[in-house]
Design a protein around this ligand. Sequence first.
Ligand SMILES: [Ca+2]
Ligand SMILES: [Ca+2]
Length: 93
Amino acid sequence: MVEKAASAAPSFALVAPGPSDITNCDDCQNLVNVDVDSDGRVTTADLLIVYSNIQKKIYTAASDVNSDGLVNMDDFTIVKRCLGCTVSASPFN
Ligand SMILES: [Ca+2]
Ligand SMILES: [Ca+2]
């Protein structure tokens, strides 16, 4: 992620979105980075990558779908809620 001018206001919320913030595919597109493998769709493949990283306690930026610095069940649940959504290329990757 490239930072803009330091004086600019943050363009998204300081509090990371949680599973309850994800209600539809627009939220999946705009609030989080659920397309872990960057193929343009949210599928069980994305879910399995996050799950695998949780199991192995591996942190990757791609699996941290809500960008809170942790890869945990919140990320897993968010991806699960977004299954089936089509998302465009993420600005986070
Ligand atoms: Ca995907
Ligand atoms: Ca996270």
